[in-house]
Design a protein. Sequence first.
Length: 207
Amino acid sequence: MQSKTRTIGRDGPSFIEVARRAQIVECAIETIAAVGYAQASLNQIAERAGISKSVISYHFAGKDELIQQVLADVSQAGAALMWPRVQAETTSAGMLRAYIQSHLDFMRSHPKHVAAVAEILIYHRTQIILDEDTTPLEERLRQGQRDGEFRAFSPRLMAWTIRAALDEVARQYVANPSLDLDEIARELTATFTLATSTPSCGQDIDG
């Protein structure tokens, strides 16, 4: 095994190294989604990637480091899809709808990623989902309160509740991919619109 302390060079990893790491991560996602976390050995991941296990060992110190990169990459992919849509909204109510809908759209477009994360979380209770934490959502909820769109509530607790609901949908979707995500999006949007809105803003829940 080559040393992890090797010098890559002043300019950082080469294009080939970056591409190889990305390939290994993607094959790890596919393997975990297909056979489960416990059965997804480095040998199996290497076989799926068409490389030797030593190549994985060159880029990652072990399975734990590879799994951390899987979680980071899924988080980044989720954020790249979701946050531009959330931030494009000009109202807090629109932000909340976009936040919920974009999470479900990610589940639909990246089922293997969602399945892999769900498998990993069975064995590692690390806090991870399709974005890094709930702080950006908390801030948007607070802004909605400052603007008078949202009623008084704990932004942190509300953010946790929204995330918990979306996490449970992800787990259920992995178990049953025939779930109607459009219907779920409508129901979650209605539920959290009613939960956050002031009485004067709580009428339009299907916008």
